[in-house]
Design a binder for this molecule. Structure first.
Ligand SMILES: [Zn+2]
Length: 66
């Protein structure tokens, strides 16, 4: 069983991709995670920008997205 993580800001249940994105954008050792919408707001980018980054990191074989 994988432990469920929730967005620190809005409480939404997170996907592994969202956790990976938080680690990538905030800090690899991040202990709190955010959903794509809250990450986008914090970094003043769009949710689509983050989704594109996730696809990119997966293509690069980033270990945070396996
Ligand atoms: Zn959120």
């Amino acid at each position: 069983m994988v432990k469920k993580e929730h967005c620190k800001k809005c409480g939404k249940e997170l996907t592994p991709d969202e956790i990976g994105a938080t680690k990538k954008l905030v800090n690899r050792g991040a202990a709190v995670y955010y959903c794509l919408d809250c990450l986008a707001e914090a970094f003043e980018i769009t949710r689509e920008d983050i989704e594109k980054k996730i696809v990119y990191f997966k293509e690069m074989g980033c270990t945070l997205f396996q």
